[in-house]
Design a protein around this ligand. Structure first.
Ligand code: PXL
Length: 272
């Protein structure tokens, strides 16, 4: 007897592109993004910006691709399979930030910018000149920007040590041109805090903190899930809330893969 097929919802026009770095261990970077897109019924494509030599124990080497090679990959896609949404992850160099900012300025596609600056193990994935270009050139094209505490402090120069300063930093990122801001503040008083700013108000989203270091890929997965949900046509606030819950479940269910920081369990993203 034929096995009953699991029913999968496909979203025919939901096509998403990630412009990101490669993590060969499959926990973070473009590999994580593509897994999340797939889990959410979205057709995924990727433009590679940098290659890490990496496993769950750390990054051993970083090779950043030339901007022209990045742009050529992007052009090949744009002229053939136009995406509904673009996610930008690690770009690696000021030259890549500039090239991508210039190219997307003429596109009519919403962009989620995850301003990746360091790897899980603290390996720098970008230089200071590039940070300045995020501020002045890239954020103005962001439909949503998703910095963590470190990245928001770098982008704004504001130390996030009070609620007032958090509000100021979110305001600054709107001023840089980001339509929406999702600030991942990390752990506070046993809770994991996110603050979502829509330009009028800031709304906190709190999930119970999990006592684990096995969170490799969390940031990539969160912004990828939001990108995928937006490309399916979900509203921004729903996309953000559901994706935070999804990723929390995926951290909770992570398997002990590798000898270092284990990755999260992508199979749970979009499961509910
Ligand atoms: O999680 C941030 C990140 C993004 N992109 C690549 C990475 C990492 C973290 O390790 O390796 C390629």
């Amino acid at each position: 007897m034929a096995k009953k097929q699991k029913s999968i919802t496909l979203f025919p026009k939901a096509i998403a592109l990630t412009i990101a770095g490669s993590d060969p261990s499959g926990g973070a970077g473009l590999q994580a993004d593509l897994k999340v897109f797939q889990q959410l019924g979205v057709y995924g494509m990727s433009v590679v910006t940098l290659i890490t030599v990496q496993n769950t124990q750390g990054v051993k080497r970083l090779e950043i691709l030339e901007p022209q090679l990045v742009l050529d990959q992007l052009e090949a896609i744009l002229t053939d399979i136009p995406p509904a949404m673009i996610k930008i992850g690690a770009l690696g160099s000021a030259a890549n930030v500039q090239a991508i900012a210039d190219r997307i300025s003429s596109l009519d596609v919403p962009v989620v910018v995850d301003p990746v600056m360091i790897s899980k193990h603290g390996h720098s994935l970008i230089d200071d000149e590039a940070v300045e270009l995020y501020r002045s050139k890239l954020l103005r094209h962001a439909y949503l920007v998703t910095p963590n505490r470190f990245e928001a402090e770098k982008l704004t120069g504001i130390s996030l040590d009070s609620q007032d300063n958090v509000a100021k930093a979110i305001h600054d990122m709107h001023q840089m041109g980001a339509r929406y801001v999702l600030l991942k503040l990390g752990d506070e008083d046993g809770k994991s805090m996110h603050v979502f700013g829509d330009g009028n108000a800031n709304v906190g989203h709190v999930v119970q903190r999990l006592k684990t270091h096995n969170t490799h890929g969390t940031g990539c997965a969160l912004s990828a899930a939001i990108t995928a949900r937006l490309s399916r046509g979900e509203k921004i606030q729903d996309s953000v809330n559901r994706s935070i819950e999804d990723v929390w479940q995926a951290i909770h269910a992570g398997q002990p893969l590798g000898k270092g920081h284990h990755p999260i369990e992508f199979r749970l993203i979009g499961a509910t």
